[in-house]
Write a protein that binds this ligand. Structure first.
Ligand SMILES: Cc1cc2nc3c(=O)[nH]c(=O)nc-3n(C[C@H](O)[C@H](O)[C@H](O)COP(=O)(O)OP(=O)(O)OC[C@H]3O[C@@H](n4cnc5c(N)ncnc54)[C@H](O)[C@@H]3O)c2cc1C
Length: 498
């Protein structure tokens, strides 16, 4: 039986990111993917949030995405746009880029790392014991792994086979989404009627001054709210009938390229871990696409899990560190589910909801609510509960410009290898972490920039910070080093024997 340290089921955005993170940490990782290549039929996610761009920047790959997408103020809550151009980040914007391109670029990066792919086959089941997991495949012999991670999407076989509950809310509304040719010119843009929302847009577009400018010709992407919640596979006929009911015409549509349905169903795995089996991405949480949070949440799940799993495999950390993955990431997706339910309710067609939308828009035009909601919707406000202390604790480390003995350096550059960093901004040589020197990079630097956090504003400048590989701050030092040994041990294992 072929063995790998970790087997990942599914090479969507989450599985790809996790494979990259584990490979960077030197772990033998294999990915089993149903699709024979990375091509994706249909449009799913339309872009990246600011924090996901930062996460890619932490690995030195943000430019690959920025070179292909369109930077724009894409954050929003229900119908209200949220401008983050004043946020303290190098990327105070989102990136419009279709998921097929996001996956292609991610797969290109993973392809540069030592990752084994088993494509064109399914994970069909598994059996776990005290030392590992036998992973059954639809084609070929089983694989043996120390850990199996289900990144196999909303209908996750891994989640079901692990018998992990998936409680939540049934759909109350459904939309058909398709790409077709049209002989008549449809009214491009988003339209709201008493029956719900429908929209027409060309697959090709540019964004100029915040406005979407569609290509003059080419296939049309249609989205239409269905009169009743659809459950079977949607057809061209369903779409045509829904459009005729709404617009009196289907604009002579033909040549369907793909068709799909999404709903506002919201469900979340009750546990992200069952011993040697873990869940990430859509396998762990599904919700309405409103607000564009699914792919972003999945990629960030992977970045939270990767280094922890790597340390368990290398035996530098006990397996209990994996429980912090659930403890930190479950509340994040629970909040996403909550805000998508609220946004779906706000999108309902009815004059009273129109009034409610106006009131919410008024509230969100005020500075403080705008900042808070934008921090939530972009992921920049994520705060893992690492206990009381400096506001930086459990929050993302800002990408500040540092001055070091070897010249200028950005904080994120230090994270390219997915290794932790002890950043000493005080007296050079004043922080000694020799027993962790082989695991944690230690660097003396100066930094004169302002310390400002999204939505929170200015915070006091720390004398030292311990930064995890996922870019979150695990310890903040003022004049003393109280708590540093504990934080190093908690996150990066016990000190090496002298
Ligand atoms: C209409 C729509 C619009 C969206 N818009 C946005 C947006 O703007 N922003 C955003 O962030 N998100 C958006 N999303 C959500 C986003 O598409 C998903 O959250 C994202 O794809 C989840 O990534 P994943 O890797 O977890 O799962 P998936 O992308 O579902 O990947 C799962 C992978 O596992 C494979 N697989 C499944 N079962 C098996 C098996 N048994 N064995 C082997 N392989 C298997 C599949 O082939 C697939 O490649 C949208 C979704 C929809 C439907």
């Amino acid at each position: 039986m072929t063995e790998h340290a970790v087997v990942i089921a599914g090479a969507g955005p989450t599985g790809l990111m996790l494979a990259g993170e584990l490979a960077l940490a030197g772990i033998d990782v294999a990915v089993v993917e149903r699709r024979v290549n990375q091509d994706l039929a249909g449009s799913r996610a339309g872009g990246l949030s600011s924090r996901t761009i930062e996460v890619f920047d932490q690995r030195g790959i943000a430019d690959r995405f920025l070179a292909e997408g369109q930077v724009a103020q894409v954050a929003g809550f229900a119908a209200t746009r949220l401008n983050i151009s004043d946020f303290p980040t190098r990327h105070p914007y989102g990136l419009a880029l279709w998921q097929n391109h996001i996956e292609r670029i991610l797969a290109g990066w993973v392809g540069e790392l030592p990752v084994t792919f088993y494509r064109g086959r399914d994970v069909t089941g598994f059996a776990q014991d005290d030392t590992g997991v036998d992973v059954q495949l639809s084609d070929g012999p089983s694989l043996r792994a120390q850990y199996l991670v289900g990144c196999d999407g909303g209908r996750s076989l891994v989640r079901k086979a692990a018998d992990i509950e998936f409680p939540g809310w049934n759909p109350t509304t459904s939309n058909v989404l398709a790409e077709v040719e049209m002989t008549e010119e449809p009214p491009l843009g988003i339209h709201r009627t008493a029956l719900g929302i429908h929209s027409f847009g060309r697959a090709e577009y540019t964004i100029r001054d915040g406005q979407v400018i569609y290509a003059e010709s080419g296939p049309v992407r249609v989205m239409v709210t269905e009169p009743t919640v659809g459950t079977s596979e949607p057809t061209l006929r369903d779409l045509s009938e829904a459009l005729i009911a709404l617009c009196g015409t289907d604009y002579g549509m033909h040549s369907l390229t793909w068709i799909t349905r999404f709903t506002d169903m919201a469900r979340q795995a009750a546990a992200y871990r069952d011993r040697r089996v873990l869940l990430a991405g859509d396998a762990a949480h599904v919700h309405s696409p409103v607000g564009g949070q699914g792919l972003n949440t999945g990629v960030q799940d992977a970045v939270n899990l990767g280094w922890k799993l790597a340390q368990v495999i290398k035996r530098t950390s006990p397996d209990t560190i994996l429980d912090t993955y659930h403890a930190e990431r479950h509340p994040i997706a629970a909040r996403v589910l909550r805000n998508t339910r609220a946004q779906t309710a706000l999108m309902r067609a009815d004059d009273r909801f129109e009034a409610l939308r106006e009131i919410v828009a008024e509230l969100l035009s005020m500075d403080e609510p705008r900042k808070r909601f934008a921090a939530m919707m972009t992921g920049l406000g994520i705060h893992y509960d690492l206990g009381p202390g400096h506001p930086l604790l459990g929050r993302r480390m800002p990408d500040l410009d540092l001055v070091t003995a070897n010249g200028p350096l950005r904080v994120f550059t230090l994270l390219h290898g997915a290794r932790p960093v002890l950043l000493n901004l005080g007296e050079p040589g004043s922080v000694d972490i020799t027993p962790w020197a082989h695991r944690v990079q230690s660097i003396d630097a100066a930094c004169d920039g302002a310390w400002e956090l999204p939505a929170l504003g200015a915070v006091s400048a720390p004398v030292a910070v311990l930064i995890r590989p996922d870019g979150y701050v695990a310890w903040v030092g003022d004049q003393t080093q109280v708590g540093l040994t504990d934080a190093l041990t908690t996150w990066f294992g016990p000190p090496a024997a002298a």
